[in-house]
Design a protein around this ligand. Sequence first.
Ligand SMILES: *Cc1c(COP(=O)(O)O)cnc(C)c1O
Length: 407
Amino acid sequence: MALKTFSCRVLSKLFNHGVIASTNPLSARDAAAAAAVLGRSSVRGYYNAGKPRHTGPGGAAHARVVDLRSDTVTKPGPAMRQAMAEAEKIAADMFHMEAALFVPTGTMSNLIAVMVHCRERGDEMIVGDLSHLHIYEQGGSAQLAGVHATTVTTLPNGTFDLEQLESKIRHGYPDPHYPRTRLICVENTHNIQGGRVLPLTFLQEIRALADRYGLSVHMDGARVMNAAVSQGVPPSTILQHTHTVSVCLSKGLGSPVGTILAGPRDFISQAVRCRKALGGGMRQAGILAAAGKMSLLEMVERLEEDHLQCKNLCSSVEMAAVETNILRFYLQESSLSPPEFCARMAQVGEGEEAALGQGIQVLMYPHFGNSVRAVWHLGISHEDTQLAIQKMQFVASQYSKEKLRAQ
Ligand SMILES: *Cc1c(COP(=O)(O)O)cnc(C)c1O
C-alpha cells in the first residue's frame, strides 16, 4: 500500500471518510506507514511534543502550525522559562552544587535522590531511625525504588554515633548474601528532634567516613536554610560535606509548593528522568519556580526572626536545645495528654476573655513520642508569640485549678 506517498491532507480525508478509522485497525505495516506520514516514531509510538517535524502540508518552512496533537504541548512562555532556569541556577550557586532541579515536594525529592544514588537492585541506604525519610515518607524508598534501608539511632541532637554508623556499612559485596551499601542520609535541621542543627564537625566526619567507603551522602535539608541561619554560615559551608541535598521552598521560605534537589550534573540529569517517572514533570512550573526564586533570594534572612520567636516562647516554658524554628516539648502534667493540651490551646476557654482581655486560639499539633510541637514561620508575629505564651500560662493555670477542685 502506497500510504507513505499520501500527503497529510489526503490522509486526513481518509480519516474523515472512514477509510482509516480507529475502530478498523491498520495492519502493522500500514500503521507504521501512517505514523511516518504523521511524523510519529513508530518505535516509540509517541509524538515528540517538543519539535513538530511537519510544518504543515507541503512542509513549507514558513507555514503556520496548528498543533492539535495534545493539550500537553503547551510550553512555558519566556518569563516562566526564565523563572525556572533562574530558580535552579540561583539554588545551584547558593549551594555550590553543579546543578539543581525544581521538584514538587520534599518527599519526591528525597525519593529521587535515593533512586539515583541506589541505582542497582540490592543497593542499600543508611538512615536515622527518626528521620523523615524513614518515618514519614511511607517507605517510598522500599515501596517504589526497591531500595533496602538500614537504620542508625538518631541521637537527640539529630546526629548519629559514628561507630554505630560504621558498623552498619556492609562489606560483603559481591558475596550474594548481602545488599551493597551505597548511601548515607542525614537530616538538617532535624524535624522530629525539634529543629536541631547538625554540627559542621559531624558532617565533616560523616563525609570522611563516606569517602573512605566510597559512599554518597544525601542531606534531607528540608530546613537546611534554618541551619545556615542558625550557624551564621552560607548554606554551601554546610553542603560542602554532602553530595546532594533536598531543600524545601514551601516551608519557612514561604513558597506555595516546591523543593530544590541539587547535586552533581550527572546526578541531576538522572534525577530529571526519575522526576518524570514519578509524575513530577510539571509543565507550567514557571510561576511556581518564580515563587521559589523569591524564597531563595528574599526569605532566608527572615528565618532568624522565627528562631528568635521560638526561643522567646521556650524561655517561658524552660526548654533547652531550641536552635531554630521548631519547639518540641513535653508536658509536666502527665495527666494532661498532648491532644487534650492542644485542644485546650485551640479553644477559647471559660473566663479566658475576662482573664486575657480577648479569646486566643493557638494551634499546634501533638507530636512524636508524647510531645507537642510548635513551629514558627512567616505568618507569626512577635505579638502572636506573646499571645501564645499568655494562652499557655492560662491553660496551665486553668488545668491546675480544675485538678484542685476535683480533689
Ligand atoms: C517536610 C519535610 C519533608 C517532605 O516535604 P514534603 O514537601 O512535605 O513532601 C522531608 N523532610 C523533612 C525533614 C521535612 O520536614
